[in-house]
Design a protein around this ligand. Structure first.
Ligand code: VAH
Length: 314
């Protein structure tokens, strides 16, 4: 049985649907600090859980006889920059509780890291799996600390911790809440709603991205991978495309020729984006557990616009 924290979040809400389809609704326990009328809450077991409450987390693992935890609850990069103290408390406190619970109950453990774990001193292109990680954001500091802590729990206590460094994730289901890569999601909504979008990230700013279905598949594949083949654990570089706003705009124009993209960079998020790599190298993930992304910018754009068209007009 799998316990998912942050089940109403950007990744969690879709991860729940995928896991329930794959392993059975009753075997996936969704949890979040709040409740909502969504599939995560209504489609199977759901519990209110504030991840900074380690005792409650522990109780839930016993109650449902959980053997795997997917710890998704976190504050994203831009939000973390607004409230660095809260970010440390939630991102690190929650992770520590997750790892301690995993140690006590011998759980398999997944938590996502991010391209935010890199910083301005990291090689910008072909960013290697093992490289300099000196991020300049609170989110990045949390992610590097989290990677180290997860590796520590594996080496010291034998907890089966696994993770990926996600790039910006794009989806038509749950909007992200306060990340730096959110422009690449918002642009599709605005293209359909108003025919134009003003990007807070400047043209020419390259970042890695991935379509949500590929991200969810990566989680499942990594968790099912043969541990004997894993040389790395926390966390694997994964990416599907390295893109900048103009590329997204011209891809959208193929479907909506009148679409207009404007720019009004937001200094905070632009600085965060500038400190991250342009294009990371995912070869370790490919070699060690067969990572593969199905979608590129063209197929993702087509699918996003088709799917959003039905949600927005309904
Ligand atoms: C953020 N989408 O912008 C997240 C992510 C790749 C960055 O971790 O905060």
């Amino acid at each position: 049985r799998i316990l998912v924290t942050g089940a109403l979040g950007q990744i969690g809400s879709e991860l729940i649907t995928k896991l329930r389809a794959e392993y059975g609704a009753d075997n996936v326990i969704a949890s979040d600090i709040r409740t909502a009328d969504t599939e995560a809450v209504t489609g199977g077991p759901f519990e209110i859980l504030d991840v900074t409450d380690g005792a409650k987390m522990n109780e839930l693992v016993s109650k449902y006889n959980v053997d795997t935890m997917m710890h998704m609850a976190a504050l994203l990069s831009a939000k973390a920059e607004e409230s660095p103290q809260l970010a440390w408390h939630l991102n690190m406190g929650g992770l520590m509780n997750g790892l301690e619970t995993a140690r006590e109950h011998n759980l398999q453990f997944f938590t996502p890291s991010s391209i935010g774990a890199f910083g301005p001193d990291t090689p910008k292109t072909d960013t290697p799996q093992d490289t300099i990680q000196r991020p300049t954001t609170m989110y990045g500091v949390n992610k590097v600390s989290g990677e180290l802590l997860c590796d520590y729990y594996f080496k010291r206590f034998g907890v089966d911790t696994r993770g990926v460094r996600f790039p910006g994730l794009i989806s038509y289901v749950t909007p992200p809440g306060g990340g730096t890569t959110d422009y690449a999601v918002e642009v599709y909504y605005e293209a359909l709603k108003s025919g134009s979008y003003t990007s807070y990230i400047d043209k020419g700013t390259y970042m890695d991205m991935m379509y949500m279905p590929d991200a969810l598949q990566a989680i499942v594949d990594l968790m099912e991978a043969d541990p004997a083949k894993l040389k790395h654990r926390n966390a694997f570089n994964v990416t599907a495309m390295s893109i900048e706003p103009e590329m997204v705009a011209s891809e959208i124009k193929k479907h909506i020729p009148s679409f207009e993209m404007n720019y009004q960079p937001d200094p905070v998020r632009q600085a965060i984006a500038d400190s991250w790599p342009d294009a990371i190298d995912a070869s370790a993930a490919k070699q060690e557990w067969g990572f593969k992304a199905q979608h590129d910018l063209a197929s993702m754009t087509k699918d996003m616009l088709t799917k959003l068209r039905t949600t927005i007009t309904n």
